[in-house]
Design a protein around this ligand. Structure first.
Ligand SMILES: Nc1ncnc2c1ncn2[C@@H]1O[C@H](COP(=O)(O)OP(=O)(O)OP(=O)(O)O)[C@@H](O)[C@H]1O
Ligand SMILES: [Mg+2]
Length: 248
């Protein structure tokens, strides 16, 4: 069974069809890249998969269970978490607080009257564990403002890990990083547990091929091709979508 399956997915904003009859199947534990030119629909695809936006039509299944749209909280409980293309961190708050808020939000028992006080240390422990995974355990008490740009990107991923996901969607986690920061981020992502399914949206092909073995290319909301590095790089349609007809 696929960790993530998308069937005949469509999304239109008014007359503009941004996702057009899209099918996608990602086996558990795979590291899949989704690439495509600006405006291809990559972030919109993530918004649909996470329930942030309702699809116009089509179906999304997490581990075989169909999603109900409009309930991002249920998506998190289905084991899926995301990091954002745009900064979603609380700037004047410490690293630890950012992570605790994220752990708290993912905590199933947070609204329960029967919740035991023991769950508070549990949230703290989970926050620390997420920090360790992204090598932020040495700056837990620093505010986000005080972090380097690379550390902020690490924190974005750590925040997504707080939900203890089985599927992690990352939208351009390395955007704007220096080469050294990028190398570090790639290493940290590659050290995440092998059974974690990752779907990575990324423009930087070095990052894509350092993390993912299967690549799906989107263009105008459609899947142009899915395959290995060599299959993708040799595909005339893909070359055309990126470079225009004259290069195909
Ligand atoms: N809420 C919205 N209302 C109207 N149009 C939208 C909305 N969100 C996205 N779009 C349009 O949908 C298309 C796809 O946008 P999307 O952000 O998914 O692209 P992307 O592949 O993530 O691009 P980038 O690589 O630049 O991040 C674009 O033409 C965008 O203008
Ligand atoms: Mg985008």
């Amino acid at each position: 069974m696929s960790a993530l399956e998308v069937r005949n997915l469509r999304k239109a904003f008014g007359g503009l069809e941004v996702i057009a009859n899209l099918n996608l199947s990602v086996p558990a534990g795979q590291r899949r890249a989704v690439i495509g030119p600006n405006g291809a629909g990559k972030t919109t695809l993530f918004n649909l998969i996470t329930g942030w936006q309702p699809p116009t039509s089509g179906e999304i299944l997490l581990h075989g269970v169909p999603l109900r749209s409009g309930r991002p909280d249920l998506v998190t409980r289905g084991g899926l978490s995301r990091s954002f293309q745009k900064n979603m961190l609380l700037d004047s708050v410490t690293v630890l607080e950012n992570l605790r808020v994220a752990c708290q939000a993912a905590d199933r028992s947070r609204h329960s009257f029967l919740r035991s006080p023991a769950s508070f240390p549990d949230v703290r422990r989970k926050a620390r564990r997420a920090a360790e995974k992204m090598h932020l355990d040495n700056c837990l008490d620093r505010t986000v403002n005080e972090l380097s740009y690379g550390q902020k990107r690490q924190l974005e991923v750590a925040v997504a890990l707080c939900a203890e996901p089985k599927i992690l969607l990352m939208d351009e986690p390395a955007a704007g990083t220096s080469p050294a920061e990028r190398t570090n981020l790639i290493r940290l992502i590659n050290e995440l547990p092998a059974d974690l399914t990752i779907v990575l949206v990324e423009h930087d092909m070095d990052v894509v091929f350092a993390i993912c073995d299967v690549v799906t290319v989107l263009s105008y909301g459609k899947v142009l091709a899915t395959g290995s590095k060599d299959e993708i790089q040799g595909n005339p349609e893909v070359i055309e979508a990126y470079l225009g007809k004259q290069h195909a």
